[in-house]
Design a protein. Structure first.
Lengths: 282, 276
């Protein structure tokens, strides 16, 4: 083996090793977080945790039913607001967005995508909480929807762009109006991809805390009224983790485990949807 | 049909058409008059004038990039979807301009079917692929759909191969079968003109032969315009041939005559393989 060849082999081996170590580090973070959550949170998971509301400070027992239901309502409502707008925007960008307006929308979406969530929260407070005269779950949902829309729009656009042009032409040549081609042929072909993008988007906002501090505020009691303050899991974790009581810390760990599991579940579902899509496309 | 093309039979201007340019063919289905087409500032088609006879196969040959496909897509106005394109001149279908205000491009495309170079079935069942056009254009009631689908598949010579698996996905068929499925899909609309843009270039010789036989059968009922790079194919299946070169139509006429006694030296050079 000549010197040059040897050096190439050594460099190659070193680089492969380095990349492997870096990848391992990335995976390690998730494993450590999950492991720690399970170690510290799993023991506090019981029936009461899911069904009872928080008890006054200092008492033991109680659960976070209000926060779990609250997260469901606020995230669900945010999805209800954000998904149609996001998907519609993405479809527009992919199908009709080649002009100046498309460029502007794309630019705005990218800027919005990079906006810190706390800034969105402040704006939601200024435009919704103050005019409406109080904190509300609805304002929280709107703030989360605003976070979600650019994400959904850009992933939808990517997915719709992947649909082969020949399919579009086939539909048009059969006498499909353009809007029906976009909706019935193009969007439906890209559906699995769009659904995946939506799930990832929902998972991403489900863990947001900052925008909710200014909008949904949090609530110690069980509430399903969207015009009233509402508790959410991230908020619950924030409060309990920064509180002085051992019992609170215990509940915070358990809440974190539940939230993490929800997000993971959405992620796994998204992966599964992608697999289905590739399966369908042979 | 009345929805698709506003009154054309009644209002067809008989006398003026004969006066413009006498043609050797009885009542052409398509009449192209001084048609020019631009992509942005690039002119792709120059002053095309030709007539396409009905119930015949008309082949358009010529080197790549000479405007054959562009012309084909002008007939069903598919080019309009490309931004910054424009045209002058006119294309008449049954004596009515396809660009006239009364002609809805969507309705036009039902009357002028198209088959593409790559088979492009929808990711749906074989049945739904064929039923797509009739459904969207509300051509027949859902209870009559099986009959219509069968007729289209029979015409496309695909029925015997798929009749037992109409619910199988269209993409599960072989390439040649997919292309015949696309032909059936276009025929289900009962078009008057069938445009075929190099329909066999992605197929093997056996599948190509089937499609060629099919074309000869289909011309009994439809007027077919086919773009092809394969000159043997043009001479085998077509009754009339047009030679395109650099966006102009150099020569148009009876296929046999064009291939044996071309009147233009460029045509002769191309069909004898000296360029292109």
């Amino acid at each position: 083996m000549s010197g040059r060849s040897l050096r190439r082999h050594v460099t190659s081996g070193l680089m492969t090793g380095l990349v492997a170590v870096l990848s391992f580090t990335a995976v390690l973070a998730l494993v450590l977080i999950l492991g720690d959550l399970i170690a510290k949170g799993a023991s506090s998971l019981n029936w009461d945790f899911f069904t009872k509301n928080p008890v006054p400070a200092g008492q033991s027992g109680g659960g976070v039913a209000n926060a779990i239901v609250g997260t469901g309502i606020i995230v669900g409502l945010a999805a209800l607001i954000g998904l149609p707008i996001g998907i519609g925007t993405g479809l527009y960008l992919a199908e009709y967005g080649s002009g100046r307006l498309g460029w502007i929308v794309r630019f705005v979406a990218d800027v919005l995508n990079g906006t810190p969530s706390i800034v969105i929260g402040i704006f939601a407070w200024t435009w919704l909480v103050r005019p409406m005269g109080g904190y509300s779950a609805l304002a929280g949902s709107v703030a989360l929807a605003a976070l979600m829309i650019p994400m959904i729009a850009r992933t939808t656009e990517e997915m719709v762009r992947l649909v082969p042009h020949s399919l579009r032409e086939a539909a048009l040549a059969l006498g499909y109006p353009r809007w029906r081609t976009s909706l019935r042929v193009v969007a439906r072909t890209a559906l699995a991809g769009i659904v995946t993008g939506c799930l990832v988007g929902v998972a991403r906002i489900a863990g947001e805390t900052a925008p909710l501090l200014f909008t949904a505020l949090g609530n110690l009691n069980f509430s399903t009224s969207v015009t009233q303050p509402m508790q959410t899991l991230p908020h619950q974790i924030y409060e309990y983790a920064s509180g002085p009581f051992e019992e609170w810390h215990r509940l915070a760990w358990a809440s974190a485990l539940v939230l993490m599991s929800l997000v993971l579940l959405l992620g796994v579902t998204a992966r599964w949807a992608i697999r289905q899509r590739h399966g369908a496309a042979r | 049909m009345s929805v698709a093309m506003p009154p054309m039979q009644e209002e067809r201007p008989q006398a003026p058409r004969a006066a413009v340019r006498p043609t050797p063919f009885a009542t052409p289905i398509l009449d192209v008059r001084r048609y020019n087409f631009w992509y942005g500032i690039t002119q792709a088609l120059f002053d095309l004038s030709l007539t396409v006879p009905r119930q015949a196969v008309t082949a358009l040959i010529g080197p790549s990039g000479c405007g054959k496909s562009t012309f084909l897509r002008s007939i069903n106005r598919l080019n309009e979807l490309i931004p910054h394109t424009r045209h002058t001149g006119d294309i008449l279908l049954e004596g009515v301009s396809v660009f006239s205000r009364g002609t809805d491009p969507v309705a036009l495309r039902q009357v002028v079917g198209m088959v593409f170079q790559q088979p492009n079935p929808f990711p749906k069942s074989i049945f739904d692929n064929v039923a797509y056009g009739p459904r969207i254009n509300a051509l027949c009631a859902e209870r009559d759909m099986p009959e219509r689908v069968e007729r289209a598949l029979r015409r496309a010579a695909l029925w015997d191969e798929v009749k037992d698996r109409l619910q199988a996905p269209g993409t599960s068929l072989s390439g040649g079968q997919q292309q015949r499925l696309c032909i059936a899909r276009a025929l289900a609309n009962e078009p008057e003109v069938l445009l075929m843009d190099e329909p066999c270039s992605a197929l093997d010789p056996a599948a190509t032969q089937r499609i060629e036989e099919l074309m000869v059968e289909l011309k009994q009922a439809f007027s077919i315009v086919i773009v092809t790079h394969n000159m043997q194919q043009a001479s085998r299946v077509s009754d009339y041939t047009g030679f395109f070169y650099l966006g102009r139509i150099i020569e148009f006429g009876d296929t046999k005559q064009l291939f044996t006694r071309p009147s233009d030296e460029r045509t002769e050079a191309y069909i004898t393989g000296r360029f292109g």
